[in-house]
Design a binder for this molecule. Structure first.
Ligand code: CO
Length: 171
């Protein structure tokens, strides 16, 4: 961290000595870049593993997490919030965890036909856990336990799974 900052400062000094006009601007930009780099490096070194998860969905059809890491074999408590303002009918969201090797497109098609059960195909063996379908400002908390492995999660509201999806890694 300190080393990176010094490198940034050194680079700034070079820029300052080589050009006259935008001295302050160059210096600020370099310092900020150094800090960013150091921050992302430390994040890579220690991925967060937690069995208490909070995830949101929004009106842009996005989850705020595209990867979740949990400890295998221990109960996970997951809270899903709809952070949007659009109506449940237009932009409802749920969080559905699928068994490994599930054909996600086929599952989503099945889900689309399950409007009466809020896009959860009740007989499906592909579902490990799911929240309720949420309207704006609603949230739902569920618990589940998974074995070591990689799992996909999606929002099964029609048309959302293409971009509302992510990976849960249990280790
Ligand atoms: Co959705």
């Amino acid at each position: 961290m300190r080393k990176l900052f010094l490198l940034g400062a050194f680079a700034s000094a070079l820029i300052i000595s080589s050009c006259g006009g935008d001295q302050k601007k160059s210096q600020n930009t370099d310092a900020a870049a150094g800090t960013r780099q150091a921050t992302s490096e430390s994040t890579d070194a220690a991925p967060v593993i937690s069995n208490t998860v909070v995830i949101t969905g929004n009106d842009q059809m996005r989850f705020d997490l595209d990867e979740i890491r949990v400890k295998a074999g221990e109960k996970v408590t997951l809270t899903f919030k709809n952070a949007g303002v659009l109506s449940k009918e237009a932009m409802g969201h749920n969080w559905v965890l699928l068994k490994p090797a599930t054909d996600v497109a086929a599952f989503a098609t099945e889900a689309m036909a399950s409007k009466a059960t809020e896009f959860i195909p009740t007989g499906s063996k592909a579902i490990i856990a799911h929240t309720k379908l949420l309207g704006p400002n609603e949230s739902d908390t569920i618990t589940f336990t998974v074995e070591k492995g990689e799992y996909e999660y999606i929002c099964s509201f029609p048309g959302h799974y293409g971009i509302m999806r992510g990976k849960l890694i249990a280790e």
